[in-house]
Design a protein around this ligand. Sequence first.
Ligand SMILES: *[C@@H]1O[C@H](CO)[C@@H](O)[C@H](O)[C@H]1NC(C)=O
Ligand SMILES: *[C@@H]1O[C@H](CO)[C@@H](O)[C@H](O)[C@H]1NC(C)=O
Ligand SMILES: *[C@@H]1O[C@H](CO)[C@@H](O)[C@H](O)[C@H]1NC(C)=O
Ligand SMILES: [Zn+2]
Length: 458
Amino acid sequence: MLSASTFIVFIVINLRLCWIRPVYTCVCGPSYSAYKEELFQNVLTQVAEQFSRAFKINELKTEVTNRLAMLEKRVELEGMKVVEIEKCRNDIKNLREEMASRNNSNFLEDNKKLTPRRDVPSYPKYMLSAQTVDALKKPAFDVWLWEANEMLSCLEHMYHDLGLVKDFNINPITLKRWLLCIHDNYKNNPFHNFRHCFCVTQMMYSMICLCSLQEKFTQVDILILMTAAVCHDLDHPGFNNTYQINARTELAVRYNDISPLENHHCAVAFQIFSQPDCNIFSNFDPEAFKQIRQGTITLILATDMARHGEILDSFKQKVDNFDYTDEEHVTCLKMVLIKCCDISNEVRPMEVAEPWVDCLLEEYFMQSDREKAEGLPVAPFMDREKVTKPTAQIGFIKFVLIPMFETVMKLFPQIEEAMVQPLRESRDRYEELKQIDDAMNEVQKKKSENLTMGGKKK
Ligand SMILES: *[C@@H]1O[C@H](CO)[C@@H](O)[C@H](O)[C@H]1NC(C)=O
Ligand SMILES: *[C@@H]1O[C@H](CO)[C@@H](O)[C@H](O)[C@H]1NC(C)=O
Ligand SMILES: *[C@@H]1O[C@H](CO)[C@@H](O)[C@H](O)[C@H]1NC(C)=O
Ligand SMILES: [Zn+2]
């Protein structure tokens, strides 16, 4: 017969899986249902506590795997009746299959993270100093100095400072809970993580301030710009659209290869809003919500770099006769603004910008390694054998960033000093670094040539 400890282990496993996927039905036999209620309650409480702490699904997977192994061993050792052993074996097999089938899925965490927090969010209220509040408005803000709680406080501050909380009657507690939920739904990728979300939103806030966008746009537009920035990379898996499509991932299949990632970021954003506890728009009438939803979707979908040329061309056609009363013009400008913010790291001071290049390359290398392992096409700029920081950045700054920011500069000349000039400096610096790299490679080549020749002479 099952011992008490085996039983508890079994319950724990079942509870954990129940929690991962609430529809899972527990398989414990009826003869145990009356077993020590109090003990069971204790286990429940402990498990519940553990759940709220467990963030990494991989930890959870390892733990479940270990416990399964333990259980398997016990089943053998305890010498249960044949029927019960068979039943347990089947359960174990089902659990294993369940886990295996979900192994490569990015959606494992959905049920966990989307579950709203009933409690009032507890991130400590960081008092932002007057200095921080002031620096937050500028592209030069050092985004590396802050931990998650502080970034959450900064984001909260922006919504208050822009008058969004007041004008739209947003519940301040809901705002906190929403931001926490946003934080929980960014993965710990090297690049596409919560800090990137913070950077993009902080740059949007800087541009709103620097370009006095509140004088040109309605508050609805400002709310859309900020909210789209916050949500724009939610649950990014760390592998880009091309990978998703080539590897035929669940995301690519779900979205028919059409901007799978951006569609997913957006869907996760609105899954979060569908939780009343996290819905900062709960006071909006249906018409207003519809407008915010449409605007946010348009902006998040515009962050797919595959559409870069199309969006920038469309903006170029409007910029010389820009009309703030023309909805199409305003939408196009908003799309270009979120695009600018999304790829704005090189606008920041060199010490702030440079670590992001390492983060991006790390994420690229993870992808190219996986592509090699899976026999998929690999882009040279993602290949750890081929790319260097200068080569990665020069083309991007010269042919993507500067042309886009210079176009926006036609409308907002004030960004030249604060945003375009740093881009030009960064381009020049990386070109110098590349010359040094090239010279060193040349010497290296000559040396090895000399060696070869020396070898031949002998
Ligand atoms: C699941 O993924 C892990 C690594 O993420 C791997 O070690 C393991 O072999 C995989 N299991 C299956 C059944 O594919
Ligand atoms: C995504 O990865 C592929 C390589 O699989 C690469 O060719 C493509 O340019 C990448 N896209 C972006 C936007 O980085
Ligand atoms: C190559 O060898 C020549 C003479 O054999 C020498 O003058 C030159 O400095 C060497 N170059 C390098 C890079 O070692
Ligand atoms: Zn992004």
